[in-house]
Design a protein. Structure first.
Ligand code: AMP
Ligand code: MG
Length: 387
């Protein structure tokens, strides 16, 4: 699925609008020293260390932002503020707390040369290649770019992801349910999942289990989106048409995976756009989104992997699963001594949606095993902070 992913195109944004966006390049070359000049780390006196200890003449003052600087000669001190440029001749700053002032003279203790001086370029020297975290831009990284004088950043455009929910039984929250109807959870849940993964969600109108309509919607979606996500109708029921439409009108690469929840996952394309068919069940849809679509969206943004932390966690109880399939159990992971433990977040049937909302991790229990065993450690993929 990742093999066919194309990198999103880029756009240039001003620095004040780039947070939450993924930079097109994770390396920036510094064109200036940061800080640009040697300056004081304290409010105090700029002096020559060789004159210390001693009583010195106070010959001037430099505040932050000062452009012209009084030189510091032998036996002299200049009053200096935090962030002010170190005047010529001075090599050391003595904080005001250590000074004894009488009139125009100041008595200062001995200090090592260079004390409380921030050298030019000590944070970042000119020409340094500054590596940005492979992630969406956050406060500290934006601050680093600002300190380098960067005013605009080239970022990846958000991949446009069409979200299409299919099913004759679906009704939109806000209206009343007619007999046999349920509320559509996927248009909303998947829309949020797309946005949380860095994409732009284009949520299409609810679509009945009608092959002609599904085909029309898929083609419309393919025309306006980089990736099409369709939920429902990918299984073997008489009214499951999505897979059929892909097979006849597009391309179907595969449509079943040994994963629980989420067996009937389909992948293919229509009109040259990748289409992922998710199981209609909201638990299965959201878990398979996490496993397959989130990495795809990240790859489009130039980001590696799934962006999740994986830890080892010991099962607090035995949790049964399908032996043939790899299970992603909905669990709550909490610290336990030097490690972590995983307790079920609730029932593990794929029709039980609330435990997914309560879970902060998916516990990965391998295919070939009938259950997660009490006390055994399994890989837990954190989808929220540990409890
Ligand atoms: P399907 O994949 O179409 O066989 O649907 C599997 C189960 O998920 C059925 O119980 C559907 O009613 C339910 N389902 C399908 N789509 C949605 C949706 N958008 N929101 C909530 N439940 C759904
Ligand atoms: Mg259905």
């Amino acid at each position: 699925m990742l093999a066919g992913v194309r990198l999103a195109r880029t756009e240039t944004l001003s620095l004040d609008r780039c947070d939450g966006r993924v930079p097109a390049s994770f390396s920036v070359t510094a064109t200036i020293d940061v800080p640009p000049f040697s300056n004081s780390a304290m409010d105090g006196f700029a002096v020559r260390a060789a004159d210390l200890p001693g009583e010195l003449d106070v010959v001037g003052e430099v505040a932050a932002g000062a452009g012209s600087l009084p030189p510091v000669g032998k036996g002299e001190a200049v009053r200096i503020m935090t962030g002010a440029p170190l005047p010529p001749g001075a090599d050391t700053v003595v904080p005001i707390e250590d000074a004894l002032e009488t009139g125009d003279r100041v008595r200062l203790p001995a200090r090592e040369r260079g004390t409380y001086v921030r050298e030019a370029g000590h944070d970042t020297p000119t020409g340094a290649s500054v590596q940005l975290p492979e992630a969406a831009l956050e406060a500290a990284t934006v601050a680093v770019l600002a300190s380098l004088g960067v005013a605009e950043v080239e970022v990846r455009r958000r991949p446009r992801v069409a979200v299409l929910s299919t099913g004759d039984e679906l009704a939109t929250p806000g209206g009343a349910l007619r007999p046999g109807q349920i509320y559509d959870a996927n248009s909303f849940g998947l829309g949020v999942a797309v946005r949380e993964s860095g994409g732009e969600a284009i949520v299409l109108p609810l679509t009945a289990d009608d092959p002609a309509l599904i085909e029309r919607r898929l083609r419309d979606a393919a025309a306006s989106a980089d990736l099409v996500v369709v939920s429902g109708g990918v299984s073997v029921g008489r009214h499951d048409h999505v897979r059929d439409v892909l097979e006849r009108r597009g391309r179907l690469d595969f449509w079943r995976i040994a994963v629980q929840p989420g067996k009937p996952l389909a992948f293919g394309e229509i009109d040259g756009r990748p289409v992922v068919g998710l199981p209609g069940n909201p638990v299965s849809a959201l878990v398979t989104f996490e496993l397959f679509l989130r990495p795809m969206l990240r790859a489009m943004l130039g980001l590696p992997g799934d962006g999740r932390i994986h830890v080892l966690a010991c099962a607090t109880e035995s949790m049964p699963k399908s032996t043939e399939r790899r299970a992603y159990l909905r669990v709550v992971v909490a610290r336990d001594g030097d490690g972590y433990r995983a307790a079920p977040a609730g029932g593990q049937q794929s029709s039980q949606l609330r435990p997914l909302a309560a879970a902060n991790a998916l516990l990965v229990v391998p295919e070939g095993e009938p259950a997660a065993e009490l006390g055994r450690a399994y890989e837990a993929m954190l989808i929220g902070p540990p409890a």
